[in-house]
Design a protein around this ligand. Structure first.
Ligand code: B4P
Length: 192
C-alpha cells in the first residue's frame, strides 16, 4: 500500500487537491481537519472540546489525531494506498505515523509539499470564509496565527522527511487543474 503525504500551509490547497487525487489513484483520503470538523458537526464530546482550539487556529493535541488516523488505517480495504492531508502537523505526529506504518510493514513513500506564498494563502482563506463559513477562516488574526503555527510547529517536518529522501516540492500557485497535473506526475511514478 502506498503512503503519500500532501503537505503545505493552511490554504495551500491540500484539501482541494486531495479529493481529486484520491479519486484518480484509488487512495483513501485521510484529512484530520475533516475528521475533526465531523466530530464538531455531530456534537460529540470530543468535538466540543476541539472546536474552541480550532477556532483560535491552534493545533489540537497530538494524541487525538494520532488515534483517529490509526483507526482509519486498520479499517481500509480494496484501495491502492493512503493520502494523508493535514497530518502530520508536528514532528511528534510524524514520528507516531512512521511507527504506526512500520508496525504494519509500510513506510512514507512520498511527501508532496505545496508551495504557496503568504499573500496568496491569506487571499484564498478570506475567500473561502465567504463560501464555507468556516469559523477559523473568518478572522484575519486567526488566519495569521494558523500560518505562524504552521511555520513554528509544522514546517520542521519538511527537514525531517528531507533526510529520508521522500521530499517533493510542488508549485502550488496557478490553476487548480495545472497543480493537479503537477501532483499527478509525481504519483504516477509509483504505478509504472
Ligand atoms: P485543515 O482542514 O487541514 O485545513 P487548512 O490547512 O486550512 O486548508 P487546506 O490546505 O486543506 O486548503 P484548501 O484546499 O481547503 O485544518 C483546519 C484546522 O484543523 C487546523 O487549523 C487545526 O486546528 C486542526 N487540525 C487539522 N489537522 C490537525 C492535526 N493533524 N493536528 C492538530 N490539529 C489539526 O484550500 C483553501 C482555499 O483555497 C479553498 O477555498 C480553495 O477553494 C482555494 N484554493 C485551493 N487551490 C487553489 C488555487 N490553485 N487557486 C486559488 N484558490 C485555490
Amino acid at each position: 500500500m502506498l503512503n503519500l503525504l500532501i503537505f503545505g500551509p493552511p490554504g495551500s490547497g491540500k484539501g482541494t487537491q486531495s479529493v481529486r487525487l484520491a479519486e484518480k489513484f484509488n487512495l483513501i483520503h485521510l484529512s484530520t481537519g475533516d475528521m475533526l470538523r465531523a466530530e464538531i458537526a455531530s456534537g460529540t464530546e470530543l468535538g466540543k472540546r476541539m472546536s474552541a482550539i480550532m477556532a483560535k487556529g491552534e493545533l489540537v493535541p497530538d494524541e487525538v489525531v494520532i488515534e483517529m488516523i490509526a483507526s482509519k488505517i486498520d479499517s481500509a480495504k480494496g484501495f491502492s494506498g493512503f493520502l494523508y492531508d493535514g497530518f502530520p502537523r508536528t514532528v511528534e505526529q510524524a514520528v507516531a505515523l512512521e511507527k504506526m506504518l512500520g508496525r504494519r510493514g509500510m513506510k512514507i513513500d512520498s511527501m508532496l509539499v505545496l508551495e504557496v506564498d503568504h499573500d496568496e494563502l491569506v487571499k484564498r482563506l478570506i475567500l473561502r470564509a465567504e463560501q464555507s463559513g468556516r469559523p477559523d477562516d473568518k478572522n484575519p488574526a486567526v488566519i495569521e496565527n494558523r500560518i505562524d503555527v504552521y511555520k513554528e510547529k509544522t514546517e520542521p517536518i519538511i527537514n525531517y522527511f528531507k533526510k529520508k529522501g521522500v521530499y517533493q516540492p510542488v508549485n502550488g500557485v496557478g490553476a487548480i487543474d495545472d497543480i493537479f497535473m503537477r501532483l499527478s506526475e509525481k504519483i504516477e511514478i509509483f504505478f509504472k
